[in-house]
Design a protein around this ligand. Sequence first.
Ligand SMILES: [Mn+2]
Length: 300
Amino acid sequence: MPRDLVVVGAPTSAGSYAPGQETAARVLRELGLIDQLRAAGRQVHDAGDGPVQVWSPDRRHPYAQNLAAVVAAVVAVADQVAAALASDADVLVLGGNCTVALGVMSALTAHDPDAGLLYIDRHFDLNTPQSTTDGALDWMGLAHALDLPGAAEPLVSALGRRPLLTTAQLYFLGVEFAAATSWERDQVERLGLPWCASAALAAAPSAQAMRALDMLPRAAMAVHLDVDVLDFTDAPLAESTDGRNSGPSLDRLSAALRAACRDQRFRVLSIGELNPTRAAGHPDVLSRFIGCLRNALRPG
Ligand SMILES: [Mn+2]
């Protein structure tokens, strides 16, 4: 029997560059996500949403904008995921920003200290409030998970243990190295972080997913998907519009996601940076994305 599946919403764009991602959970539900997951053969419980947070400029904290709101959203995700894991369910978290992965790993490492994270994203998300000037925490999450120098103390200290993750618990899938800041490149080299390039993921999605899974611990596992890993000209879903004519199509990503979510270690899938307005001229892509989640989370 497959585990039950708990769906958790994190309707927040507090860590973003602009509003949008706070609507993703609502829009996916309205388009029938829960029924689709049930039709795939899962017992689904919708646990509802954490706090609704709409981005606005934070002039008092220009380099770590809306930090207190981001911390509150991460803690809410952690509490909801912990409750689901305690009931032996798997979890689908609908972000929101990529910082939701911090809440997921806070709960999952409390459940299994050696838990791994497969991070599917065009970016390393290793920035800190000191390494960039844009002040958006949504590409700073893993710097906080690893407790890198310059990370914002209130976020690091909200995550439970410190650091939340070691380098052996993390694998980056689908990175566009040219999009990394020089600080991020230095951290990847210094820490020996394992990663697979966007082009390699697009060329051989299943093989690269299997290679990534081989690198992760023999322990519980979460998968985080930033939809900016996709080719935006195939699947315009992400806050970031940078991934044009690069990265996997939705169909090709679907194969990688399926491989990861059917792994015996899998417990949590989180979705980040989905801005439904990106699909306004091409609404079918949202239904295709729901089909991708259904395929990833179907039993067997
Ligand atoms: Mn990203």
